[in-house]
Design a protein around this ligand. Structure first.
Ligand code: ADP
Ligand code: UDP
Length: 237
């Protein structure tokens, strides 16, 4: 597969075309951003840690029957993926209250949510990724009712699979964000699953081991990502 021109440079990854219209190459950079791109820093090793982390998780999900865009890790920072027509809606499942939910409703961080909640956000940095709902997503033509139902079903399935994976490492999966797209008519999981897009806490100490370390300037960001990787069995070297 030949890497061709840059199609899109996102906040954390660069997307390249290939000589096959059905596939893209994602390059995980060390750039780390927060607050919809307002704050950006380079964190050494982040690109390669997230690339390996994502490959491991995507494999676990595929094994559990979730179709993903992941094809093959090509290098330390690059992965070959199916080219999806992305749906501009982020799917978030929360097992415990944190982040924007705490701010919105004044909840106590860590409050258990039972059953787990499902939320949709419109992917638009300029608007600050506003919360939307299924009805609006259909009316605005972002997705059909059937596609949204499938995205919700798959996001809950991912939650079941990954809650168990993190639990075995003594970790709590607090919440996470997924992005889906359409591939030959099917809803397929795209983008990445890494500590950049989820919240993971130590079960005993509740220590934050995800991107909140960057958002809240807690330090040792990549060290925390590496600790999570090691605790769930991601091969890092
Ligand atoms: P952002 O766009 O939020 O800054 P990234 O830096 O992670 O995010 O950029 C990666 C971009 O590639 C995102 O816009 C994401 O929606 C898109 N993307 C991820 N996987 C695929 C795929 N398989 N096919 C097409 N686009 C994808
Ligand atoms: N998230 C993400 N990208 C976004 C928004 C949220 O990966 O653009 C993730 C975030 O890391 C967390 C979950 O989605 O794991 C829920 O995020 P929340 O709504 O609490 O927003 P935040 O306060 O993190 O901006």
């Amino acid at each position: 597969m030949q890497k061709q021109q840059l199609l899109y440079k996102g906040k954390a990854k660069s997307v390249y075309e290939t000589d096959d219209n059905d596939f893209l190459i994602l390059h995980f950079r060390d750039d780390t951003s927060a607050f919809n791109g307002e704050r950006v820093e380079q964190l050494a090793r982040k690109g390669q840690v997230n690339n390996r982390f994502n490959a491991f998780i995507m494999q676990k999900l595929a094994d559990a029957g979730v179709e993903t865009h992941f094809e093959k890790q090509l290098s330390e920072n690059e992965v070959l993926v199916k080219r999806l027509e992305m749906i501009p809606v982020e799917c978030v499942v929360r097992n415990y209250a944190a982040g924007s939910l705490v701010r919105r409703l004044g909840l106590e961080e860590g409050q258990a949510l039972s059953p787990s909640t499902f939320e949709l956000f419109y992917k638009d940095d300029a608007l600050g990724d506003p919360m939307v709902n299924e009805s609006l997503s259909i009316s605005l033509g972002w997705a059909t009712k059937e596609q949204l139902e499938e995205m919700q079903r798959l996001t809950y399935k991912v939650n079941d699979v990954l809650t168990a994976v993190f639990d075995q490492g003594g970790l709590m999966l607090v919440d996470f964000k997924l992005e889906f797209g359409v591939y030959h008519g099917r809803i397929v999981l795209g983008d990445e699953f890494s500590p950049d897009g989820c919240r993971i806490w130590d079960k005993e100490t509740k220590k934050k081991l995800d991107k909140d370390r960057f958002r809240q300037s807690l330090g040792d960001v990549i060290e925390a990502y590496e600790e999570v990787a090691q605790r769930i069995g991601v091969p890092l070297d």
